[in-house]
Design a protein around this ligand. Structure first.
Ligand SMILES: [Zn+2]
Ligand SMILES: [Zn+2]
Length: 310
């Protein structure tokens, strides 16, 4: 089955089979999406809406990219025609089918380690690649240190996709408390060994490939203003950007520095007590005192979760 990324690569390369036929569509008003269409004497049930696009801000027609019968189709509701007694305003046109025969694979995923990381994360993206490159650059530089000090730990200064790559490649995870997250929004990674020593890698801005066009398209996509062509072009620019990140030498991509580290000593206990406010069991180390009562941090701060009304 074509991945989302592969679908847009195919569209960008015009590997599509044009259909351009009027079809009957079952449209769900609540979901605001087609749920099935009838084409060539067969019913096609839509199993996934991949995207919803507008040709331009002035064109009211909406194009849907959908998965049906393991294939990907583009269909649009033509709203540009003037309503007349002979033309039904708003009829559906099955535009094209994405070609699966000459699928362009993810050349970048020949590296099995990178593939493992991308499979875990769900997709291949620039931040993931930066995390992958950081771990791949640091670990061989610490072979000796790791031989004597097996206790490798990592400080990560962002909460981007990169964290997933670092966790998989180093085995230092949030769960095993060998990963310390400090979200400063920086691609800085400190690989800690021994008592208090570390190798700090920070991303060099000058090493980053040019990406103005990529960022412009990304913003349009996030605002749901990008056309299907622009989304396809974005995928290709993203592929190029990732390929550039993968081929930049370690020393150009990162600044390396040996540093002294103070790893936080946090009491590790599994003893629990009940929060005086919500009554839920909480780790004793995580209770805070408020107005003479011990409450959990969720209750002590502004609530960000509240029960739905039945
Ligand atoms: Zn990602
Ligand atoms: Zn509570």
């Amino acid at each position: 089955m074509l991945t989302r990324e592969a679908i847009f690569r195919q569209i960008h390369a015009d590997r599509v089979e044009p259909i351009q036929q009027l079809v009957a569509v079952d449209y769900d008003n609540t979901l605001q999406a087609p749920i099935s269409f009838h084409y060539g004497g067969r019913d096609y049930e839509v199993t996934e809406v991949i995207g919803r696009f507008r040709a331009s801000t002035h064109d009211p027609s909406v194009l849907y990219l959908v998965r049906a019968h393991q294939e990907v189709y583009a269909l649009y509701r033509d709203l540009t025609r003037p309503a007349s007694p002979f033309i039904w305003h708003g009829q559906w046109v099955l535009h094209f089918r994405v070609d699966v025969d000459q699928e362009q694979g993810d050349d970048m995923l020949v590296d099995m380690k990178l593939k493992r990381v991308a499979d875990f994360h769900g997709h291949l993206c620039p931040d993931l690649v930066i995390g992958y490159r950081a771990a791949q650059a640091a670990l061989p530089r610490l072979t000796l240190e790791r031989m004597y000090w097996q206790n490798l730990r990592v400080i990560v200064e962002n909460t981007t996709s990169a964290v997933d790559a670092v966790q998989i490649l180093t085995g230092c995870t949030l769960g095993n408390r060998k990963l310390w997250l400090r979200d400063w929004g920086k691609h800085v990674y400190t690989f800690v060994y021994g008592q208090d020593e570390g190798l700090r890698l920070s991303l060099q801005e000058r090493a980053m490939p040019e990406n103005t066009h990529l960022l412009m398209l990304e913003e349009k996509i996030q605002k749901e203003q990008a056309s299907m062509r622009e989304t396809a072009q974005y995928q290709v620019l993203l592929d190029e950007y990732i390929a550039a990140l993968l081929t930049t030498p370690d020393e150009v991509l990162f600044a390396f520095q040996r540093v002294a580290v103070t790893w936080p000593i946090e009491p590790c206990t599994s003893a629990r007590a009940l929060c005086a406010c919500c009554g839920e069991p909480v780790l004793k180390t995580h209770l805070v005192q408020q107005e003479g009562k011990y409450v959990c941090r969720a209750c002590s701060e502004k609530p960000y979760v509240s029960a739905c009304e039945a």
